[in-house]
Design a binder for this molecule. Structure first.
Ligand code: PLP
Length: 375
C-alpha cells in the first residue's frame, strides 16, 4: 500500500522564478497598482501567443465578462455557447442579461460541433456572439468555427482558459477569437494563484476593457464616471507570479503530455477511451480523462472508480456537467444534431484522472493499477 500523500487532478507547481519578479516588486515598493510586472506579463503572454494586445485581470471569469460586454450583449440578446464546459464560460452572459443557447459537442474533440453551430444560426439568425471553449486543453475546430462566425458577422469569444499553449493547425489557441480569454486559476496549466487575461488584435477593445476594469474613470481631474466600471485589474504581485510561471509553460505542457501517454498505454487493455483530439491539433493535455465504453457501464460505474481512488487518497472528478443539464439553465434552448446528446453521453461515461505534473511515474502507475483493479 502506498503512503497516502494525496495525488491531485492538477495543483499549482512553482519553480522559484516567480519569487524573483515578486521580490522586484517589493524592492521597488511597486506592490500596487499595476506596474512593471503587469505590463511585462501582458507583453510576454501576447508575444507567446502571437496576439497584439492583452489586459491582465483578476480572473478568467472577469475576462469573459468584459468580452461579453465588448460584444455588445444587452438584455435579451442570444449568445450561442458551448454546453460541455465549466459554468464560468457562460455565466457572464447572464451578468449582462443575455440568453444562452447551448450547442452540443462533437465526439471527435468533445467541443462545440460546428455543424450544430450552423444549425443554431438558422434558428437564431439575429444572434450576436458565440462563445467556444477548448475543453481540458483540447482545441475545438477553431478555424471552422471562426469561419462560421465571420460568415454570420458575429463576435467569436474563445475561452482558452484550459488550453493555453495548445495549438490548432499550428496556431496557438486563444488567438482564433475576436476576443480571447485565459485563466491562471490555481488548477490551470500555469497559475498566478488566481487571475485571467483578455487578448485581442483589436487595440480599442483591449483599451476599453482596461477602462472598465479600473472603475471606468473618465479622463477628468476629479473622479468622474459616464459608465459603470469594475475592479477587475490584476495586481503587480500576482502578475509577477505569472511572469515566472510563463518561463515554465512549455515544460508543464510536456509533462502533461507524458502523463496522458502513460494513461493511454496503461489503459490499452481496458474498455475505455482517452479524451480524443483532432490530428491537426496538439492539445496541452491539461487534464487526462477517459470514457468507459457503454456496454461495461452497468458493471463498472464511475462512482465505483471514484470511490476506490478516493480510498487511496487519489483525486478524480466527473466530466463537467453540460450547461443544458444544469438546473439554473433549465429554461435555455439546446441545439443538437439528429436528436443526439453527445454532451450528456460524455458526462455520463467520463472521468477526469489525476494529471498533476508533480505526480511521479511510480505514483501514476499506482493510479493506473488501482483503476485496472476496478474492472
Ligand atoms: C477555469 C475556467 C474559467 C474561469 O477562470 P477563472 O480564472 O477561474 O475565473 C473559464 N472557463 C473555463 C473553461 C475554465 O476552465
Amino acid at each position: 500500500m502506498r503512503e497516502k500523500k494525496r495525488i491531485y487532478l492538477s495543483s499549482p507547481t512553482m519553480h522559484g522564478d516567480e519569487q524573483k519578479y515578486i521580490k522586484e516588486a517589493f524592492d521597488t515598493n511597486w506592490i500596487a497598482p499595476l506596474g512593471a510586472n503587469v505590463d511585462g506579463f501582458e507583453r510576454e503572454m501576447a508575444e507567446y501567443l502571437g496576439v497584439n494586445h492583452a489586459a491582465a485581470l483578476v480572473s478568467g471569469t472577469a475576462a469573459i465578462h468584459l468580452a461579453v460586454k465588448l460584444a455588445g450583449i444587452k438584455p435579451g440578446d442570444i449568445v450561442l455557447c458551448s454546453s460541455l464546459t465549466f459554468s464560468a464560460t457562460v455565466n457572464p452572459v447572464s451578468y449582462e442579461g443575455g440568453i444562452q443557447v447551448f450547442i452540443d459537442s462533437e465526439r471527435h474533440t468533445w467541443n462545440m460541433d460546428p455543424r450544430a453551430l450552423e444549425k443554431a444560426f438558422e434558428k437564431y439568425p439575429n444572434c450576436k456572439c458565440v462563445i467556444v471553449a477548448n475543453l481540458y486543453g483540447t482545441p475545438a475546430k477553431l478555424d471552422e468555427i471562426r469561419t462560421i462566425c465571420d460568415a454570420h458577422n458575429v463576435v467569436m469569444i474563445e475561452d482558452a482558459a484550459e488550453s493555453l499553449s495548445a495549438t490548432y493547425k499550428g496556431r496557438q489557441t486563444g488567438t482564433f477569437g475576436h476576443l480571447n480569454v485565459l485563466s491562471f486559476n490555481g488548477n490551470k496549466l500555469i497559475t498566478t494563484s488566481g487571475g485571467g487575461m483578455l487578448l485581442s488584435d483589436d487595440e480599442e477593445a483591449i483599451k476599453k476593457a482596461r477602462f472598465w476594469a479600473t472603475q471606468a474613470r473618465d479622463p477628468a481631474p476629479w473622479y468622474q464616471h459616464s459608465e459603470i466600471g469594475y475592479n477587475y485589474r490584476m495586481s503587480n504581485i500576482v502578475a509577477g507570479i505569472g511572469r515566472g510561471q510563463l518561463l515554465h509553460l512549455d515544460e508543464h505542457r510536456e509533462l502533461k503530455k507524458a502523463i496522458y501517454l502513460r494513461y493511454k498505454e496503461g489503459f490499452k487493455v481496458l474498455p475505455v477511451s482517452m479524451n480524443p483530439y483532432s490530428e491537426c491539433s496538439e492539445p496541452n493535455f491539461w487534464l487526462s480523462c477517459f470514457t468507459i465504453n457503454k456496454g461495461v457501464m452497468p458493471y463498472v460505474t464511475l462512482e465505483k472508480i471514484h470511490l476506490v481512488l478516493e480510498k487511496e487518497n487519489i483525486e478524480s472528478r466527473p466530466i463537467w456537467k453540460p450547461m443544458h443539464l444544469q438546473p439554473v439553465y433549465a429554461s435555455r434552448d439546446y441545439v443538437t444534431l439528429d436528436g443526439e446528446d453527445v454532451g450528456r453521453d460524455i458526462f455520463e461515461c467520463g472521468l477526469c484522472l489525476p494529471s498533476d505534473i508533480k505526480m511521479t511515474e511510480e505514483e501514476q502507475q499506482y493510479v493506473i493499477a488501482t483503476i485496472k483493479s476496478c474492472f
